[in-house]
Design a protein around this ligand. Structure first.
Ligand code: SAH
Ligand code: SF4
Ligand code: F3S
Length: 450
C-alpha cells in the first residue's frame, strides 16, 4: 500500500476535456492528493474520456482493462471514468468494468470531491443526470504556466446529425461575464499571458443568459464579452474556440480587428464544402456563406490565420460532393485543418442511415484531403518567411533542447534558439528563417519582450 495519496489523470479528446481535467486536478489537490506521472504508482486514477469517434471510445477500454486488472490485486485503488464516454455509457460501463468506483459525466466535473466522498463511504457511484453546472470554487491545476483555458459556455444546443456532443455535454450553460472576468483576473495575477475562451459553439455564448438590448439582441454575446474582458492587466493575448459559421457575425470580426489583444486566428469548422451534405449534416449554412465569412475576415485582417475541421465520407457523400470539399480547401487555403473520416455514433441520426460509405472509400478520401491540406498549409507558411513574428514562449523544443518553442499570433508553432528560464512567458520578436507546413523556425531579434 502506498502511504501518500497519489493521483493521475489521463485526458482524451478536446480542449473542453483538458480544461475539465485541470479543474478536477485542482479539486484532487485540494483534497490532499498529489500528482504522479505514472498511473501505475497512483492510488486514484481518472480517465477523462472522449467519444467523438469510435476509435476515441475504444482507446478508453484498452486503458481501463489494464487498471481493472491491477485493482484485483490492489483493492484500495480508486478508478474513475469521467467525461463523454462516461456520460454516454453510464451504468453500462459499470457492467462492462465492474472494478470501477465512479462514472461521472462532464457536467459533474466540478463536483468530483462530493462524488469521491460517496465512493470513500463505500459506494459505487454513477453521476450522469443533467445538472446546473456550479461555479468552480477550487483553483484548476493548469498544465501550462503561460496560457490558460477558460470555459465560457458548456454544452451545445445544435443538432448536427453526426455529432455525439449534445447528448453527452447537455444543453448550453453560459457562465456570467463577471465570473469569467474574475477568473481571468486571477489567471493574470498568477502570471499567465494568454487566455483561450472555450465553448463547443462559442458563438452561442450568452443566449441562455437573461436580458436583451433595445434592438432585441441578447445582452451578453461573445463580442460583448471580448470588450468586457479585454483590458485585464497582464493578459497579452486572447483567443477563442470553436466558432460556428451559422452564428458568426461581422460584429465579432470587427471586434477582433479593433481589439489589439485578440489574436488574428479563427478556428471555424466547415465540415463539408457541399451544400447538400451540409444540409444533411444540419449545419445551417451553405459553403457560400462560409466563403463569405472568410472573405470578411480577410477584408479586415488580411493576415489572419484560418483553421477548421472537416469530415469526409459522411453518409451518402458522392465523389463529386467530396470534390466540393477539396475545392473549398483549395480556394481558402487553410493554415491548419483537422480532418476525420465519418464515424457513426450512438444516439445520432446519421448513424442509422443506410447510405454509409465504405471504410476504404472514407480512408482514401481522408488521405487525398490530407495531402491537399499539407500542400496548402505549406503555401500559407511561405508568407512568414523573412518576416518578424511575435512569439509567446511556452516551453523547450523537446526535439532540440537548445531551442525554445512558442506560438505566433496566428497560432503557428515556432522554434528558435534561446534559454527557457529567461524567455518563458515572454513575447519575443522572431525573424522567421525556415518554414514548414505546420511550424516555423527563426532567430530572436531581441531577447526582451516586445
Ligand atoms: N463544436 C465544434 C466541433 C466539435 S467536435 C463544431 O461545431 O464544429 C470536433 C470535430 O470532430 C468536429 O468539428 C468534426 O469535424 C469532428 N466530428 C464530430 N463528430 C464526428 C463523427 N461522428 N465522425 C467524424 N468526425 C466527427
Ligand atoms: Fe457537435 Fe454540431 Fe454542437 Fe459542434 S455544433 S458540438 S458539431 S452538435
Ligand atoms: Fe470528445 Fe467530449 Fe470533446 S466527445 S471532442 S471530449 S466534447
Amino acid at each position: 500500500m502506498t502511504q501518500k495519496k497519489l493521483y493521475n489523470i489521463t485526458t482524451f479528446g478536446c480542449q473542453m476535456n483538458k480544461a475539465d481535467s485541470e479543474r478536477m486536478a485542482g479539486i484532487l489537490e485540494n483534497m490532499g492528493f498529489q500528482f504522479t506521472e505514472d498511473p501505475n504508482n497512483a492510488n486514484l486514477i481518472v480517465y477523462n474520456t472522449c467519444t467523438i469517434r469510435d476509435n476515441a471510445e475504444q482507446k478508453v477500454y484498452s486503458y481501463l482493462g489494464r487498471q481493472a486488472k491491477r485493482k484485483q490485486v490492489q483493492p484500495d485503488l480508486t478508478l474513475v471514468v469521467a467525461g463523454c464516454v462516461a456520460q454516454q455509457e453510464g451504468e453500462q460501463l459499470l457492467r462492462r468494468v465492474p472494478e470501477l468506483d465512479l462514472v461521472m459525466g462532464p457536467q459533474h466535473a466540478n463536483r468530483l470531491d462530493s462524488l469521491l466522498d460517496q465512493v470513500f463511504a463505500g459506494n459505487q457511484v454513477v453521476a450522469t443526470e443533467p445538472i446546473h453546472i456550479y461555479e468552480d470554487i477550487t483553483k484548476p491545476r493548469r498544465e501550462s504556466k503561460v496560457s490558460a483555458w477558460v470555459n465560457i459556455i458548456y454544452g451545445c444546443n445544435e443538432r448536427c446529425s453526426y455529432c455525439v456532443v449534445p447528448s453527452v455535454r447537455g444543453v448550453e450553460q453560459s457562465r456570467t461575464p463577471e465570473s469569467i472576468k474574475a477568473e481571468i483576473e486571477d489567471i493574470a495575477r498568477q502570471g499567465y499571458k494568454e487566455v483561450t475562451l472555450l465553448g463547443q459553439n462559442i458563438d452561442a455564448y450568452g443566449r441562455d443568459l437573461p436580458g436583451t438590448t433595445q434592438t432585441g439582441r441578447h445582452l451578453h454575446t461573445l463580442t460583448d464579452l471580448l470588450y468586457y474582458i479585454h483590458d485585464v492587466e497582464g493578459i497579452d493575448r486572447i483567443r477563442f474556440a470553436t466558432s460556428h459559421p451559422r452564428y458568426f457575425t461581422e460584429r465579432l470580426i470587427k471586434a477582433c480587428h479593433e481589439l489589439p489583444k485578440v489574436c488574428e486566428h479563427f478556428h471555424i469548422p466547415f465540415q463539408s464544402g457541399d451544400n447538400d451534405i451540409l444540409k444533411a449534416m444540419k449545419r445551417g449554412y451553405t459553403h457560400e456563406r462560409y466563403r463569405d465569412i472568410i472573405a470578411k475576415i480577410r477584408h479586415y485582417m488580411p493576415h489572419a490565420a484560418i483553421s477548421a475541421d472537416a469530415i469526409v465520407g459522411f453518409p451518402g457523400e458522392t465523389e463529386q460532393q467530396f470534390q466540393n470539399t477539396l475545392n473549398l480547401v483549395e480556394d481558402i487555403g487553410f493554415d491548419q485543418l483537422n480532418t476525420a473520416a465519418y464515424s457513426p455514433r450512438p444516439n445520432t441520426p446519421a448513424a442509422l442511415w443506410d447510405n454509409q460509405i465504405s471504410e476504404e472509400e472514407k480512408n482514401d478520401r481522408l488521405q487525398r484531403l490530407n495531402h491537399l491540406v499539407a500542400i496548402k498549409a505549406g503555401e500559407r507558411s511561405q508568407r512568414y518567411l523573412n518576416k518578424v513574428e511575435q512569439v509567446l514562449v511556452e516551453d523547450i523544443n523537446p526535439k532540440d533542447t537548445t531551442q525554445v518553442m512558442g506560438r505566433t499570433d496566428g497560432n503557428r508553432l515556432t522554434f528558435f534558439k534561446g534559454d527557457l528560464q529567461e524567455l518563458k512567458g515572454k513575447i519575443i520578436p522572431v525573424k522567421i528563417t525556415e518554414v514548414r507546413a505546420f511550424s516555423l523556425t527563426g532567430e530572436a531579434l531581441s531577447l526582451v519582450s516586445a
